[in-house]
Design a protein around this ligand. Structure first.
Ligand code: SME
Length: 179
């Protein structure tokens, strides 16, 4: 597999600049961006701002089709900050890949979305998907990080580990400054 990583993500108002070396190694890219995401969100206390920048950092680093968050609110999942085409606003607990990750508390890797019973197709271009649950400090699932690819079988354990490491950074921040 070949990947093309964005070299620099600059913003004049951010104290941090994300840098990812040009490499075909996805695991290395996760290792490079994780501490930079930690530095980025540590200097910001607004959860929406942090979710938005995390989604943007993942999207721009890997070029995935859709990267974003669904957050548990009022007994269902509601879409949060994301990068990519418009998406379903609400997903019931237990439904689709996101609802399954939420209800089981386990990362879901779906190599072919057409073969996942109950998959919710927000966009026909989405071919494979990974969803990582996000836990609150009370050990309840707070929401999920959803990443879609327009390529079949684009995610494996490397992504599960890499995205989990990013979600852990977010969980730590949420536990320090609960919303
Ligand atoms: N496919 C997801 C729905 C969300 S979109 O992919 C952005 C699911 O089955 O839960």
């Amino acid at each position: 597999m070949e990947f093309s990583y964005t070299k620099r993500l600059d913003c004049p108002v951010m104290a941090e600049t994300l840098f990812v070396s040009q490499t075909a190694d996805r695991a290395a890219a996760y290792s490079e961006i994780a501490p930079q995401i930690a530095a980025l969100i540590n200097s910001e206390r607004d959860v929406t701002a942090n979710l938005a920048n995390i989604a943007a950092a993942i999207k721009q680093t890997f070029g995935f089709f859709w990267v974003g968050f669904y957050i548990a609110k009022g007994g269902e999942l509601v879409v949060g900050p994301f990068q990519g085409p418009i998406a379903c606003s609400r997903i019931a607990f237990g439904k689709g890949v996101c609802g399954t990750a939420f209800s089981t508390g386990e990362t879901q890797i779906v190599p072919d979305v057409d073969k996942f019973p109950g998959h919710i197709a927000c966009a026909s271009e989405s071919r494979s998907e990974i969803v990582v649950p996000i836990f609150s400090s009370r050990d309840e699932v707070w929401g999920v990080l959803d990443v879609d690819s327009d390529r079949l079988d684009d995610f494996d354990e490397t992504d599960a580990v890499g995205l989990r490491s990013i979600v852990r950074i977010l969980e730590k921040k949420l536990s320090e400054e609960p919303v």
